[in-house]
Design a protein around this ligand. Structure first.
Ligand SMILES: [Mg+2]
Length: 240
């Protein structure tokens, strides 16, 4: 008898599970606009790393209270199609892990609000105190400049070579990580990046598109892994 196929799903948070980038929106709202735009431009043109970007953004906020931050976050929602996708994964015994280069502070708050407690996720940490924002990066790896939370390491630690890995994302912090997965669902910057680099991907608008495609993949007799992803994984093991 054939072994049961194991699918593992890795999902970005900002701009993927939420429609807007919450981390960025916080600094657009509470930081000095001109400074914030400059910092983000520096990140997107690879002049600074993601970690530097977050540190500089925290410094760009003059004064903020916990109340103000909470009220702002409470105006944001997760994409409702993500809620159905969570159910789809659990019904089909597919493990799903959220990998965010944003912050625990709002991820917890938004998951709670959506009734999605207990979803496994890895992110950076954000603190508000004495009127200031500060960040910590428990999963930092200097090999990964585009994401202060090294998403690639989580993918490798949470999957074996026999698993079929799926990546879902939209932006800069996903560019490296997505390449380690067999199936990539991409929109916006990540989709443009994959097209440019000739990395095969499925475009999507929301999680309903992903549910249909994953259902189709699951029903396939022969499911092929992406050769380039296998090579990437191999070279990551050898580098360790
Ligand atoms: Mg994103």
């Amino acid at each position: 008898m054939m072994n049961k196929r194991v699918l593992k799903v890795f999902v970005d948070f900002d701009g993927t599970i939420t429609l807007e980038d919450v981390g960025e929106a916080i600094f657009q709202k509470f930081g000095k606009t001109e400074k914030v735009n400059q910092i983000i431009e520096n990140l997107l043109s690879d002049k600074i790393s993601s970690r530097q970007c977050w540190d500089e953004l925290c410094d760009s906020v003059n004064i903020i209270s916990k109340n103000e931050l909470d009220n702002f976050v409470d105006m944001i929602d997760v994409d409702p199609t993500f809620i159905s996708f969570v159910k789809f994964c659990s019904d089909n015994e597919i493990e799903m892990i959220v990998l965010s280069d944003g912050f625990d502070y709002y991820i917890d708050r938004l998951f709670d609000k959506a009734g999605l407690m207990g979803i496994k996720y890895y992110s950076n940490k954000l603190y508000v105190g004495k009127g200031k924002l500060s960040a910590e990066y428990p999963y930092f790896d200097c090999d990964s400049p585009t994401s202060a939370n090294c998403k690639r390491n989580h993918i490798i630690n949470h999957s074996s070579d026999d698993d079929y890995t799926i990546y879902i994302g939209d932006g800069n912090s996903d560019k490296d990580a997505a390449q380690y997965c067999d199936f990539i669902f991409a929109k916006k910057d990540l989709a443009r990046f994959c097209s440019m680099e000739k990395i095969s991907f499925y475009p999507f608008n929301n999680f309903d598109d992903i549910t249909s495609k994953v259902t189709e993949l699951m029903s396939k007799k022969n499911l092929r892994k992406r050769h380039q992803a296998q090579l990437k994984r191999k070279s990551a093991y050898l580098a360790e």
